[in-house]
Ligand binder design. Structure first.
Ligand code: ZN
Length: 279
């Protein structure tokens, strides 16, 4: 518990400049796409699960840290979504960068170096089997204020798996992220963007929100550095979530491209952000 708190405090200090103040996750993240998703993001009725959650969170924050209080985490229940979150609130020209499939010893350090050079925080959706081999990179992500999410253990197509197999893929990954990053992940992303009901239900049960993306750089196709740059720059808009990959193949084009599109986004007045920690 003490170690977790240290991790949290360190991350909060480092991420301070990029954080969005006291805005809660629900305020930052807006479901995009169709009407169904937008309705899903609307405030719940007074007696709905979100209201109950708010009460529970507040109550938990008022509990003493020592003594006869409840065990270390109060029970939390996220609403089971039927669509993943596709974009964030664009207020203040915010955008979010996400990198999937790592960490990878060859490419991830270069991406972290470039993000550090421009003082930018991003999200990394990690695969458990890569975390095992690259624990130091996950610790570096924590130290440098990045947010990590769960991208399953072996990157399978979830829609072909049993519920039990999906639970294992997601649960093992959350466990190793908690050990190496210092906090339980609050976000997950289905490999290939292939979601199903079991994934939404299990994610909510594991206290994770489903995060998709708005703009795919298609870097996984290795289309050439200039194409990747063009995809990001032409897709840039308030609220956009950009998908790139720091593993899963030859990502030298991704590494090269970010040198160009990252300063372009900053020069264009975009604020690159990560979700604030949910309490
Ligand atoms: Zn992936």
């Amino acid at each position: 518990m003490q170690k977790d708190q240290l991790f949290t405090r360190r991350r909060m200090l480092l991420a301070g400049a990029a954080a969005l103040g006291a805005a809660g996750t629900a305020g930052l993240v807006a479901a995009g796409g169709d009407g169904e998703a937008v309705r899903a993001a609307a405030p719940a009725p007074v007696a709905g699960p979100q209201a109950r959650q708010a009460l529970k969170s507040s109550a938990f924050r008022l509990q003493p840290l020592i003594g006869d209080g409840p065990p270390k985490a109060a029970p939390r229940k996220l609403k089971v979504r039927t669509e993943p979150i596709l974009q964030i609130s664009g207020r203040g020209r915010h955008m979010m960068l996400t990198f999937d499939d790592g960490p990878n010893p060859e490419y991830t350090p270069h991406i972290l170096d470039t993000l550090a050079r421009y003082d930018v925080r991003a999200m990394f959706f990690l695969c458990g089997e890569c975390v095992v081999e690259n624990k130091g990179l996950v610790a570096r992500m924590a130290d440098e204020g990045h947010v990590v999410g769960n991208h399953t253990w072996t990157h399978p197509l979830l829609t072909t798996l049993s519920r039990k197999e999906i639970k294992s893929e997601m649960g093992r990954t959350s466990d190793i992220i908690e050990k190496t990053y210092g906090e339980h992940p609050q976000w997950f992303r289905a490999p290939y963007g292939a979601w199903n009901r079991a994934a939404f239900q299990l994610g909510a049960a594991m206290d994770m929100e489903p995060m998709a993306w708005t703009v795919d750089t298609t870097d996984w196709e290795e289309p050439g550095t200039s194409t990747i740059i063009d995809r990001v720059e032409s897709g840039a808009a308030p609220g956009v979530v950009v998908l790139s990959h720091d593993a899963g193949g030859d990502r030298s084009q991704t590494v090269q491209a970010i040198h160009e599109w990252l300063p372009y986004l900053l020069d264009s007045g975009y604020h690159l952000t990560v979700p604030p920690r949910r309490l």
